[in-house]
Design a protein around this ligand. Structure first.
Ligand SMILES: Nc1ncnc2c1ncn2[C@@H]1O[C@H](COP(=O)(O)OP(=O)(O)O)[C@@H](O)[C@H]1O
Ligand SMILES: O=C(O)C(=O)C[C@H](O)[C@H](O)COP(=O)(O)O
Length: 306
């Protein structure tokens, strides 16, 4: 029997943002964590679990404390001796942001090293979420372990949601990403892709093509496309839902992740897909108006409500 919880699987990194030099600010971020952050803010009565692998250094401990202070647990995620978290820094050139990563040996790469622990973390979850970045940081054997654990949770009644989130620099070959992502879609109930990623990975000419292609593989699909309408593909029909107009976006990092968290919170609360997309657009519009991927819970909640 699936329980009441929400679980997200992946890598949360240390994030350096702000000014270069002595004024760097350290925070935490990563696509699957950003999504769980919003999902937890918007469905707070459900236990929230971030499923990963952690080091035993002070930074990993800070990360786990930060999660706990915000009501997010780590389930049975392994703590790996001598491992440490990945790191990324955000550099601004004018308003243009770029990311530098140090993540090749991050603890999270071992999140599927203990299959039993992974399965345990996915017990009693009403929803299990992961992404193409989760796949990109794992080797082929770990993909199999991960997808088997997700399929097992699904077989006991968990809903599975997945964002392909294609990041070319995390993959050796595009074909490997295509195969891994198609394998993930085969165990997915709700797919939440972004059109430009799908265009890069599968050559889709337009968002409609992405929605049609994925609509044949997954029962419920929402294709995001920045400030353009999102497209819902469900029951053989396509429906566009316009985004909220934001006059001057400050920082679009985490917009898609927060959209996903809000959409899933709304669906779990029983809202229909169209209503869930309207809420998700409002939440994402609020997130593009704050710096960083993680907006305060109150900001997310105010945007989510009618
Ligand atoms: N410039 C913008 N104005 C208003 N909403 C935006 C803007 N950019 C993104 N969003 C919101 O964030 C969602 C996800 O954005 P998108 O850029 O497609 O994803 P990602 O952040 O994954 O690249 C959009 O569907 C929309 O709701
Ligand atoms: O590389 C990773 O693991 C990351 O998570 C980087 C970013 O935090 C997200 O990819 C942001 O996602 P968007 O919502 O598309 O802006």
């Amino acid at each position: 029997m699936a329980g009441n919880g929400v679980a997200s699987i992946g890598e949360c990194m240390l994030e350096l943002s702000g000014q270069a030099g002595p004024n760097w600010r350290m925070g935490f971020g990563g696509d699957t964590f950003n999504t769980l952050w919003a999902l937890h803010a918007l469905s707070g009565d459900r236990p929230a679990t971030y499923v990963s692998a952690f080091g035993d250094d002070p930074f990993s401990r800070d990360q786990i404390d930060f999660f706990a202070q915000n009501g997010i647990g780590i389930g049975a995620s392994p703590i790996i001796p001598d491992a440490r978290p990945g790191l990324y820094a955000i550099t601004l050139t004018g308003a243009e942001r770029s990311f530098t990563y140090w993540r090749g040996d991050a603890a999270a790469r071992q999140l599927a090293s203990d299959a039993a622990a992974l399965e345990k973390s996915l017990e009693n979850q009403s929803l299990v979420y992961f992404s193409g970045i989760t796949l990109a940081i794992l080797d082929h054997a770990a993909h199999k372990t991960l997808l088997a654990a997700v399929a097992k949770a699904r077989a006991t009644g968990s809903l599975v949601a997945f964002d392909p989130n294609y990041r070319p620099r995390l993959w050796r070959r595009r074909e490997e990403a295509q195969t891994a992502i198609l394998d993930a879609l085969a165990v997915t109930d709700i797919a939440l892709p972004t059109f430009p990623d799908e265009q890069m990975l599968f050559g889709d000419a337009a968002p409609q093509k992405t929605a049609e292609r994925l609509g044949k593989l997954v029962g419920e699909v929402v294709v995001k496309n920045g400030e353009e309408p999102a497209l819902i593909a469900a029951n053989g029909t396509l429906q566009p839902v316009p985004a909220v107009h934001v006059a001057a976006p400050v920082d679009t990092t985490g917009a898609g992740d927060s959209f996903n968290g809000a959409y899933l919170a709304a669906r779990l609360a029983g809202h229909a897909p169209t209503d869930a997309v309207l809420r998700a657009h409002r939440v994402a519009a609020a997130v593009v108006q704050v710096r960083g991927a993680l907006a305060p819970f109150e900001t997310l909640r105010a945007a989510f409500e009618d």
